[in-house]
Design a protein around this ligand. Structure first.
Ligand code: DQQ
Length: 492
């Protein structure tokens, strides 16, 4: 059990020199991180907790790391907030959970792990007047839900998502039922300590493939109202050894009658490296979200690097008339923009058009493009001058397919270079609008304000910094392309 992240001078120097380490996506000081946890704005300050292994760069011995920000852009690390308590109900791990304001007391609700049990536990802020909320006390009554609901054979049962409605607390809890599918379970409580189980709001079907497949277990469910609908975000999990587990984010948008949630739209929200998103409502009433960006390189490469995982950029959800989930990067991120290059309306002939004025590995690229008669169009990034390394962000109008094509993203044979396309159907006359954030080994793309596609790339060559536009099988029209060099979120 560690009270702080392991980081000595040698590792610090290695991290500082690492060309794959992101500069403007949040990360712990070193070592492993995964899911965002406990998001809350307290006395104006944003608190971000996260799953963290402070002693190593691989998943193990889960703690809650902690950081704060006053502007959603720049972050300050704080001491580890929660560590496993030997002999306690979380002695084998402090798994994911959320934060709520319980009558003026910030309270964390999480899954405590002991042996095979993963049960709901609480921790409260030792001093609610401390704007940094540095110290936390675990509840003596933990676990507050001592057992998963009887009567089902659970694939797994973990990850509480709690909110207040009227004078009651509600919780949607992640689960999977063996041979049935993922499930989101509803509970109610007056005091966060005594909980009544009300049944599932929704159960998936493991054999159903359309409109999307939702796996065998729903991790980290997020359930919240948006406009006149409700949204259930699920982290779809399926384990099929020896293959790596299937993990992706799905968004279900529909109606909730207080007991059952009925989806009207079911979409894959991030088919790539984003996973386990968590949302919060901030003081401005915005529904903010972060997700964990996974590594897609070998354990050996991660061990050598001394770090793994990053947080997505903060993004904001909004309702849309077409029933889809609207999403855009938080506007605060514009504070990171530096040198700017703009390309106005221009015709894009078939082929690749390198952009002489734009290059780098920390960029925001905002492209608006009419695909015209091109079969495939988009951007090429992290391109070496001879093209040996290059990654395409490619849109194919006929199939409505957006892909971050990684086949040539790295000369490192051990890096995963699979392409995991996403579905993006454009309305007649609707241009393609991409906002692509490159941050060294991260590409995070927001497409037409309704889709995220995140991938990891590990270019090996220092000159893999070129950017180009391309069109294949015909020509297209670029309406505009804005490129910004992006700064770091850390004080240097
Ligand atoms: N990560 C946590 C679990 C959750 C999973 C453990 C999702 O609580 O189900 O680190 O990435």
């Amino acid at each position: 059990m560690a009270a702080e992240t392991f980081l000595d001078d040698a590792l610090r120097a290695r991290l500082a020199a690492d060309p794959q380490r992101p500069r403007y996506h949040f990360q712990p000081p070193a070592q492993w991180m995964n899911d965002p946890n406990g998001l809350i704005q307290w006395r104006g300050r944003y608190h971000l907790f996260y799953q963290h292994h402070p002693d190593g760069p691989l998943w193990d011995d889960m703690h809650w790391g902690h950081a704060v920000s006053d502007d959603l852009v720049r972050w300050r690390h704080l001491p580890i907030a929660l560590a496993p308590t030997p002999g306690g109900p979380d002695e084998d791990g402090v798994f994911s959970g959320c934060a709520v304001d319980h009558d003026g007391v910030p309270t964390l609700v999480y899954s405590g792990v002991r042996g095979k049990e993963q049960l709901v536990c609480l921790a409260t802020a030792a001093d609610p007047d401390d704007p940094d909320l540095v110290e936390w006390r675990k509840d003596p009554g933990n676990p507050v839900i001592p057992v998963a609901p009887p009567g089902s054979d659970w694939v797994a049962y973990r990850d509480p998502c709690v909110w207040r409605e009227g004078d009651a607390w509600y919780m949607v809890h992640g689960a999977g039922i063996v041979d049935v599918g993922g499930a989101a379970l509803l509970y109610r409580s007056a005091d966060l300590r005594d909980w009544d189980y009300l049944g599932p709001i929704r159960v998936g079907e493991i054999a159903r493939r359309e409109p999307i497949w939702t796996g065998s277990m729903w991790e980290c469910p997020q359930f919240f109202p948006l406009g006149d609908k409700h949204v259930l975000l699920i982290s779809v999990w399926y384990r099929n050894p020896p293959e790596p587990s299937t993990l992706y984010i799905a968004a279900l948008i529909g109606t909730f009658d207080g007991q059952r949630f009925t989806p009207e739209r079911e979409e894959v929200f991030d088919a790539g490296a984003g996973y386990a998103p968590q949302t919060m409502r901030d003081e401005r009433g915005r529904r903010l979200c972060w997700s964990w960006i996974r590594e897609t390189r070998s354990r050996e490469a991660i061990t050598a690097a001394g770090w793994a995982g990053a947080m997505s950029l903060p993004y904001v959800f909004s309702p849309r008339p077409d029933g889809l989930l609207g999403v855009a990067p938080a506007p605060e991120l514009a504070a990171l923009r530096g040198a700017h290059t703009r390309l106005g309306e221009t015709t894009l002939a078939e082929g690749a058009r390198p952009l002489a004025d734009v290059s780098g590995d920390c960029l925001e690229l905002a492209l608006e493009l009419d695909p015209g008669d091109a079969a495939t169009v988009g951007l090429i990034v992290r391109r070496s001058p001879d093209g040996a390394e290059a990654t395409r962000i490619a849109y194919t109008p006929a199939s409505g397919r957006l892909a971050i094509e990684r086949e040539r993203s790295s000369l490192d044979e051990a890096a995963d270079r699979a392409t995991r396309p996403a579905a993006l159907a454009l309305a007649p006359g609707e241009p393609l609008r991409l906002r692509a954030f490159l941050d060294r080994s991260i590409i995070e793309v927001f497409a037409n304000e309704r889709l995220i596609l995140t991938e990891r790339i590990y270019p090996t060559r220092p000159d893999s910094t070129g950017v180009a536009l391309f069109a294949e099988g015909g020509g297209a029209t670029v309406r505009s392309l804005d490129a910004w060099q992006m700064g770091t979120i850390w004080a240097e």
